[in-house]
Ligand binder design. Structure first.
Ligand SMILES: Cc1cc2nc3c(=O)[nH]c(=O)nc-3n(C[C@H](O)[C@H](O)[C@H](O)COP(=O)(O)O)c2cc1C
Length: 192
């Protein structure tokens, strides 16, 4: 049997009262029985990084001290990533961009999937994130979840991870299919 792909599920916002927790719980519940993957939540609240302040870009000199060094080491232990993100002013939240800026080798040449949510479903943020991911040589996959419009608003007050409509599920299947395909191609190549 193929070893499961180790995928980090990055929670892309940190503000008080964030909706990210509801979507992350939905994702973890829905994927609990998927034997092709081992998903771990990576919450940016637990990995507090300063606003980027290094003398060198991590592509040339990876930060090695304290939380900054640990961040890249943590990323290096994963075969790919799912990013749970809304859209802040038509792009990804600043805290998430900063987390990308703070590492390099940990992201490199791994598949990246997106679970977007919010009034717009984070469509524009997802497109920005795909372009950012390419600078790390990542494989931003086509399949994606976008919890948008009425599906988002209907659950804004209730905040129930089980209350999202089932018509979203096929988009999750497509995302996971793409992650499995690309993850199983890149993982052995990265280890070689
Ligand atoms: C600073 C800020 C900017 C926002 N900009 C957008 C936007 O451009 N498009 C959109 O669809 N929603 C936007 N929203 C609404 C968010 O999608 C919504 O509040 C979502 O719940 C944010 O995720 P969070 O609760 O995990 O922080 C914005 C929210 C904030 C706080």
């Amino acid at each position: 049997m193929t070893e499961p792909l180790k995928i980090g599920v990055i929670v892309g916002t940190t503000r008080e009262g964030r909706f990210a927790d509801v979507v992350t719980e939905w994702f973890m519940d829905k994927t609990a029985s998927r034997s092709a993957f081992k998903f771990d939540v990576i919450d940016l609240r637990d990995h507090v990084l300063p606003h980027f302040e290094e003398a060198m870009a991590p592509a040339y000199a990876e930060p090695s001290e304290g939380a900054k060094g640990k961040w890249n080491d943590l990323l290096k232990s994963y075969d790919g990533f799912i990013v749970v993100t809304p859209e802040y002013n038509h792009s990804i939240p600043g805290v998430l961009k900063n987390a990308f800026d703070y590492a390099y080798t940990g992201w490199r040449r791994k598949p990246l999937g997106i679970v977007g949510y919010g009034p717009s479903g984070a469509m524009r943020a997802a497109e920005h994130l795909r372009v950012i991911a390419i600078n790390f040589g990542m494989v931003p996959v086509r399949g994606a979840v976008h919890i948008a419009g009425a599906d988002f608003f209907a659950n804004m007050t209730e905040r129930d991870p089980k209350a999202f409509p089932e018509h979203i599920d096929p988009t999750l299947d497509e995302l996971l299919g793409d992650m499995e395909f690309w993850g199983n191609l890149t993982k052995p190549a990265l280890k070689a």
